[in-house]
Design a binder for this molecule. Structure first.
Ligand code: ATR
Length: 530
């Protein structure tokens, strides 16, 4: 797929200027009684929603004559009334005339919006022709619970919806891949009519988060995580507080973390808080990516300005880059990608910088002043346990700083191969037990030994730790591993895995923005949300 036109200039073309009205946040009410819905609408207002969607099909004993009046008149927010039939993914199974009658009553009682399904929209719109109150709008919706059709098919669908006399077009499709969202963005950006574009499912999340960027009329945010009205819907609170929904504009730069799974990542929390703290016009989202190459080919505009990269894409992403930092290339893994203004993708590995700088600072604390420009690692004997991805980062990072590197691994051959690359020494884990050519060595564990749930395990005996002045553990669950506890007991300085985690984040922030990282803010948030 070629480069899609997601640029600010496109938004200018479609609207003749920047969108004047920002995207609305609508919270669906899913209560089964009128009383529940009344409570929910007040909660929605408290959270900060702009509109509530009254889902009449959720009500158990719905009585249009009395209930509509109460719900519409007592709502503290503008109302969107939907009465979704089973044949369009809703819960209403009754008579179609009664359903449409209820929607017409809602309009007469002062509802601000009615959502009517494309299938019956002609008939419905004809029935209310010239009866529409001022400030009342009909949303004509189409839902596809299987996939997201081609751009051409979606274009035709939009035309059909417009032909019904819709005031607002709504298209909801299903994401089989995150790149499906791009076709919906193209629609909302270019549409002449106000358009709601939603791609359902967890792979469609960005269609909801980024709707203010791409000119969507409205997006849905659930009242609570367990009360979503469609798959993949974020909560209103997350939209507002985690993703800074109100700050997103057509020219907002998009960053994110690509991974699979990725929903657990706390990076959006850190970066969005950091962007907000300095007033940077940028947002950082979760990108659930299956195919890295397809992702970069699709979201290729400079508006997609960079990303963090986590498992399982750290190696696969390498081949999509235009330029790779020399150490990252040697390590063979990247975790930080920046798009330059000319569109080129440049990649880094900040994991090694995070751990190495943590260890350097730990040594500075021990040894006091080190001549400027000289690493406290220079000349030190540095033992790395493990030869996987993290092991490589530490081995190359330490070698670059002038340390004499020893790589020890359960599988000797892997240690040998890695050690040879930096002119270091290789050994098995057992051999480390009796390895002490000198005192004051540095130890870095990158094996998974000691990680939750096996917190009683440790990769090296306490006895052997006596010869080390500083011990680092890449494991951060738990924060204090048995290895670090025993290292402290033998008098060594320790550097926690959490330190690597946070410092790699500082580096990513610097690479993304060219600004110094708000270190205190990152630390506070990590502490609070770890
Ligand atoms: P990562 O990218 O996090 O470094 P990895 O590439 O899977 O993960 O590497 C895991 C490292 O932990 C390897 O060095 C592995 O040793 P092998 O090369 O012999 O597999 C090491 N490791 C994992 N489980 C271990 C165990 N129970 N005892 C010792 N080493 C272990």
């Amino acid at each position: 797929m070629g480069s899609l036109p997601f640029t600010t200039s496109d938004l200018h073309t479609s609207t003749g200027g920047f969108l004047s009205s920002p995207t609305l946040l609508c919270t669906p009410l899913m209560g089964t009684t009128v009383d529940q819905m009344l409570i929910e609408m007040h909660k929605a207002k408290e959270i900060g929603a702009d509109i509530v969607e009254i889902r009449l099909d959720c009500l158990r004993n719905f009585n249009p004559n009395s209930d509509l009046q109460i719900l519409i008149k007592q709502s503290p927010l503008p109302t969107l009334v939907t009465y979704r039939p089973v044949w369009e993914g809703g819960q209403y199974e009754g008579d179609e005339t009664k359903r449409q009658d209820a929607l017409r009553s809602a309009m007469e009682l002062g509802a601000n919006y009615i959502d009517i399904e494309l299938e019956v929209a002609h008939e419905f719109n004809n029935s209310i022709y010239e009866k529409k109150p001022d400030n009342f709008k009909v949303i004509v919706s189409s839902h596809n619970f299987h996939n997201t059709p081609s751009a051409e098919a979606i274009g035709n669908l939009v035309a059909r919806i417009q032909a019904t006399g819709a005031d607002i077009v709504k298209i909801a499709t299903t994401a089989l891949d995150i790149t499906d969202c791009a076709r919906i963005f193209q629609i909302t950006v270019h549409s002449q009519v106000p358009t709601i574009g939603i791609v359902m499912g967890e792979r469609g999340l960005i269609s909801r988060l980024l709707s203010p960027k791409f000119g969507g009329y409205l997006t849905y945010g659930a009242l609570e995580a367990g009360a979503i009205s469609a798959p993949g819907q974020p909560t209103a609170r997350d939209l507002l507080d985690l993703y800074n929904f109100r700050l997103i504009r057509p020219d907002t730069k998009v960053y994110g973390i690509i991974g699979k799974p990725v929903g657990h990542s706390k990076s959006p929390l850190l970066f969005n808080a950091a962007f907000k703290s300095v007033g940077l016009n940028a947002v950082y989202v979760h990108f659930l990516v299956d195919d890295v190459e397809k992702f970069f080919n699709t979201y290729s505009s400079v508006d997609f300005s960079g990303c963090s990269c986590t498992i399982p894409h750290k190696e696969a992403a390498l081949k999509c880059m235009d330029e790779i930092d020399s150490i990252a290339k040697k390590i063979g893994a990247i975790n930080n990608i920046v798009r330059k203004p000319d569109g080129r993708l440049v990649a880094f590995n900040t994991d090694y910088i995070g751990s190495i700088s943590g260890i350097e600072d730990g040594l500075r604390g021990l040894n006091g002043a080190i001549p400027a420009g000289k690493s406290p690692l220079a000349g030190k004997l540095f033992v790395v346990l493990g030869a996987g991805g993290a092991g490589k980062s530490l081995v190359y990072g330490a070698a670059q700083k002038g340390a004499r590197v020893v790589c020890a691994n359960r599988t000797f051959e892997r240690a040998k191969e890695l050690a040879d690359k930096v002119g270091g020494q290789a050994m098995t884990l057992e051999e480390v037990e009796n390895f002490h050519p000198e005192e004051g060595m540095i130890l870095a564990n990158t094996t998974s030994v000691g990680m939750k749930p096996n917190v009683d395990d440790t990769p090296i005996s306490k006895q052997a730790l006596r010869h080390y002045c500083l011990v680092f553990d890449a494991i951060y669950t738990p924060k204090e591993t048995r290895l670090l506890r025993e290292a402290k007991e033998t008098g060594a300085a320790v550097v926690y895995g959490t330190e690597m985690l946070i410092r790699q984040g500082f580096e990513q922030y610097k690479n993304f923005t060219g600004l110094p990282a708000p270190e205190e803010l990152f630390r506070e948030l990590m502490e609070k949300h770890a």
